[in-house]
Design a protein around this ligand. Structure first.
Ligand SMILES: [Cu+2]
Length: 241
């Protein structure tokens, strides 16, 4: 070191203290929404991303309930793919309605959906049997909450976690019941329908990364260029695993 800005022992301890202070501050913030990365602006003459997600190869075996259906669509459209734009910094406002997650015929509906941080989810049951809705952080398996749904017509609205991430939802009473919520910092997400089709609207013109995620077929991303008032066509093929 030639003097100047070398890291002296004093500085190291200062840096260490600063780190502790930052960690402490983050801990104090707790589960507050982290929205700094996204700015809501009025989107005029936005573009559209429209496309289809297909599956190549043999349908995944990891999703017992859906295998039959996926086999029907093998080589065709893939349902329940979460499609979203990555790293979009500004655009349309958050959805105002809570998500819906319905326990119906001993399945979750919808099975896969996106969400924006700061949002909430209305969990309800249309069944006469006891369900419980148990969302977990998909990475750590940490329980977010665990809601018993004792009777038909019961519902409760709960806030979503304050940070983006993938949420795995299960029912502890019925081990086949699973749902997925992909929580993002922005509202540019959608889920493919039975034909694999998706549309994302009101996108400010620009170049983005389009991501397609499926619980069994994994994830794929590709660049997409959105021009004002235009529709960018996309075709994403996920490979069966
Ligand atoms: Cu259940």
């Amino acid at each position: 070191m030639h003097g100047g800005i070398g890291a002296t022992p004093g500085m190291q301890s200062f840096v260490a203290c600063a780190s502790v202070a930052i960690v402490g501050a983050l801990a104090l913030l707790g589960s507050r929404p982290v929205l700094a990365a996204y700015e809501v602006v009025t989107v005029t003459n936005g573009g559209t991303v429209d496309g289809v997600v297909t599956l190549s190869g043999t349908a995944p075996n990891a999703v017992p309930i859906k295998v039959t259906k996926n086999q029907d669509y093998c080589g065709g459209g893939l349902e329940n793919v979460l499609v979203y734009l990555k790293d979009i910094a500004k655009g349309k406002a958050a959805p105002t309605e809570p998500l819906a997650l319905v326990n119906e015929h001993c399945m979750f509906s919808p099975r896969v959906q996106g969400a924006m941080v700061g949002g909430s989810v209305k969990i309800s049951s249309n069944d006469t049997v006891l369900h419980n809705t148990h969302p977990q952080n998909a990475e750590t398996n940490a329980t977010i909450y665990n809601i018993a749904l004792p009777f038909k017509g019961f519902s409760v609205t709960k806030p979503l976690p304050g940070n983006p991430g993938l949420i795995k939802v299960k029912c502890d009473a019925h081990e086949w019941m699973h749902a997925w919520i992909m929580e993002l910092e922005h509202p540019y997400y959608t889920t493919t329908g039975a034909d694999g089709h998706f549309t994302i609207k009101d996108v400010p013109p620009g170049t983005y990364t389009l991501v397609a995620w499926h619980e069994a077929a994994g994830e794929k991303s590709e660049p997409v260029v959105v021009a004002a008032g235009q529709t960018a066509k996309s075709k994403i093929t996920l490979a069966a695993k």
